[in-house]
Design a protein around this ligand. Structure first.
Ligand SMILES: [Zn+2]
Length: 188
């Protein structure tokens, strides 16, 4: 079954203490799996001792939990490099799927919910398909999320939804004009 576009998934908020108030550059998105269930992941993010957080967690039914506001820095990537730039936490939003993609594929709801999450940011933040990546690729040899087949599946859905885009460059990731920070969240 192809993911159904236009679905609106439930949203909840549990704000994690594990974050920096520093302005996030929001140059793209870094995908993870959490390796545990939805509730268990939220509990870990709410524990200051864990010192980890994602901006958003997607449950098996597509429910999205916001854990860190997009405008702040979440602690999801650790040592990492993308397009030649270190410290992905500074410039890539962290979004995680509950579960372990090596043990079970993403649910259709998770894929659809991720596309919905991306769709709310893609145009306002000027993203293209070269600005989304997974943890495995930015921390090679250290991290295994996502399973490569599941990443390929997700990325093909991203390409079919948003197109291949312009292609990011290192210079393109160095900075972004901050004048449109007020564009997010969009007015309702
Ligand atoms: Zn990860």
């Amino acid at each position: 079954m192809a993911p159904t576009l236009g679905m609106a998934f439930a949203r909840i908020e549990w704000f994690s203490p594990n974050r920096d108030p520093a302005a996030h550059e929001r140059l793209g998105a870094l995908f993870h799996h959490s390796g545990m269930g939805f509730d268990e992941t939220i509990a870990r993010m709410l524990d200051p001792a864990s010192r980890v957080s994602y901006h958003c967690l997607i449950g098996l039914d597509g429910t999205r939990c916001t854990l860190v506001p997009d405008e702040q820095v979440a602690w999801h990537a650790g040592s990492s490099r993308f397009l030649g730039r270190e410290r992905c936490n500074d410039f890539l939003l962290g979004i995680a799927f509950a579960g372990d993609t090596h043990l079970a594929p993403l649910t259709e709801e998770q894929v659809c919910s991720a596309l919905e999450w991306l769709g709310e940011r893609w145009e306002p933040l000027g993203w293209d398909a070269a600005r989304v990546v997974d943890h495995r690729q930015v921390s090679p040899g250290r991290k295994r999320d996502l399973d490569p087949a599941q990443w390929d599946r997700l990325y093909s859905e991203i390409l079919s939804r948003f197109g291949s885009g312009r292609g990011a460059s290192v210079s393109g990731l160095k900075s972004r004009p901050t004048g449109d920070r007020n564009a997010w969240p969009p007015p309702r």
